[in-house]
Write a protein that binds this ligand. Structure first.
Ligand SMILES: C[S@@+](CC[C@H](N)C(=O)[O-])C[C@H]1O[C@@H](n2cnc3c(N)ncnc32)[C@H](O)[C@@H]1O
Ligand code: SF4
Length: 451
């Protein structure tokens, strides 16, 4: 690879940097922003505006060793039923704190495994959501699906409530890789769920893949990619496996010696990119692909792609309300995260009906940095004219930041006509450049390598 020297020089293979699904990253949220901010910011959401809703289901029937998501294993539905009772309470309290006229443009169920719910529990949850929030005409309802735990009667409940996007976890189909990451999942199981969703008329399917897993080779990964493409997804997300066993304890089951080295990781990611582009997918940001007529691709082409906790999105709403343990809400004023542990979440909902426990109030300077980082992560460029228009009193600060960046990244950034662009062959460095703009330097242990 020609640009290897360049990527190495800027630390692609060593740097541990955030994924910037928010700025600041959630590990910088503080406990002095909590319930009081949550109540005030909910009340200040403009009446008549559109909001997005995220509901976190932190349970799984199986616990895959590679997984860094906030979730807990359960063999029975008893703790899940108790959790749904708390969620229903939280939805009622939060809805009452919002102005009456807000409408819901998006609903996303994530986890963990939302499809662990029984049809009865899912109906209870969705009755509470739709009872409190009126959907907009172009409402989108998406769910994360583990194909090994997605019963047809549960999928039917989702489809009856207007499910129009599903995100299906694949990771890798190779049996040796699956054995090493503690996740068995046959191609047939995955294909059956894809067919069921297509037959039910769910128009948009995303598949999640991981590179950098133990024992992955160009040959085995190539076979996984072929099988994934045969399922004809509308979108693909391909994430670099983050090996952080000091944070995600079950990853100690994965032997570091079996992991591909950084150069191999880069090569696997390039292999997937080439194959997806050859098949007509448009590359979106650092880790997503979409068919050109998909709304993510059209948002990208129109320059309005956004970043949120699920990665890339075309959701334009400034307000995202998160429900459930560890869920994060985003307001124009800042972020609020619910109590992280399920037990702490239960306690807070019992006490007040709210679960906000920490967060971050954005200053004008934070907003400026957040805008620059989102522009970089979504478009690999910083539009100075747009920045100057949005932050008219911060001209000199913007110019100081940009001058510093141009000095530190002279051969990967170009400035022309008030636009700073990251050269295409250096796009893998985008998280490293974002981190250079980011004012936070501590707690990097919480993050994964940049490739
Ligand atoms: C919250 S998980 C839900 C997936 C669903 N429960 C399933 O098993 O299919 C969403 C995605 O996060 C990604 N993910 C989980 N652990 C990761 C890690 N350590 N590094 C990178 N991505 C990870 C996986 O691609 C996974 O599909
Ligand atoms: S990958 Fe999915 S099923 Fe496996 S532990 Fe993570 S959230 Fe649970």
């Amino acid at each position: 690879m020609e640009n290897l020297d360049l990527l190495t020089r800027y630390g692609l293979f060593d740097a541990k940097v955030p994924r910037y699904t928010s700025y600041p990253p959630a590990n910088h949220f503080q406990t002095d922003v909590g319930l009081q901010a949550q109540r005030g910011w909910l009340a200040a959401v403009p009446d008549g505006s559109e909001i997005s809703v995220y509901i976190h289901i932190p349970f799984c029937r199986r616990l895959c060793w590679f997984c860094a998501c906030r979730t807990q294993g359960t063999k029975t539905l008893d703790p899940v039923a108790g959790y749904i009772t708390q969620l229903v309470k939280e939805i009622g309290t939060v809805a009452a704190a919002l102005p009456g006229g807000v409408r819901m443009s998006r609903l996303h169920l994530g986890g963990g495994t939302p499809t662990i719910l029984s049809p009865h529990l899912m109906k209870r949850l969705l009755a509470a959501v739709f009872g409190e929030f009126t959907p907009t005409a172009d409402f989108e309802f998406s769910v994360e699906i583990d194909p090994t735990d997605a019963a047809p009667d549960l999928l039917a409940v989702l489809s009856d409530h207007g499910l129009n996007r599903a995100s299906i976890g694949v990771q890798d189909f190779d049996p040796v890789v699956q054995g090493a990451i503690g996740r068995q999942q046959s191609f047939a199981q995955t294909r059956d769920v894809v067919h069921w969703l297509r037959d039910a008329g769910v128009p948009s399917l995303n598949l999640d893949l991981l590179y950098g897993l133990p024992h992955q080779t160009a040959v085995t990964f190539g076979e996984t990619i072929t099988r994934v493409l045969s399922l004809e997804p509308d979108r693909l997300a391909i994430y670099g496996y983050a090996h952080v066993p000091w944070m995600s304890k079950r990853q100690v089951m994965i032997r570091a010696a079996d992991l591909p080295d950084p150069l191999m990781r880069l090569s696997l990611s390039e292999q997937a990119r080439t194959r997806f582009e050859e098949m007509g997918f448009q590359s979106i940001g650092i880790d997503h692909f979409a068919r050109p007529d998909d709304s993510l691709a059209t948002a990208d082409a129109a320059g309005v792609l956004r970043r949120n906790f699920q990665g890339y999105t075309d959701d334009a709403s400034p307000t995202l309300i998160g429900f459930g343990a560890s869920a994060i809400s985003r307001f124009a004023q800042g972020y609020v995260q619910n109590a992280v542990a399920t037990s702490a979440y239960h306690g807070r909902i019992e006490d007040t009906g709210f679960a906000g426990s920490k967060g971050f109030a954005l200053t004008p300077r934070d907003r400026l940095i957040a805008t620059m980082i989102e522009d970089l992560m979504c478009r690999f460029r910083i539009d100075l004219q747009r920045l100057h228009a949005s932050f008219p009193d911060r001209w000199s600060q913007i110019e100081t930041y940009i001058a510093g960046l141009m000095k530190r990244f002279p051969d990967v950034l170009e400035r022309r006509c008030n636009v700073v662009t990251l050269r295409p062959e250096a796009r893998m460095l985008v998280r490293i450049i974002a981190h250079d703009i980011d004012g936070f330097r501590a707690d990097l242990v919480a993050h994964s390598v940049a490739v």
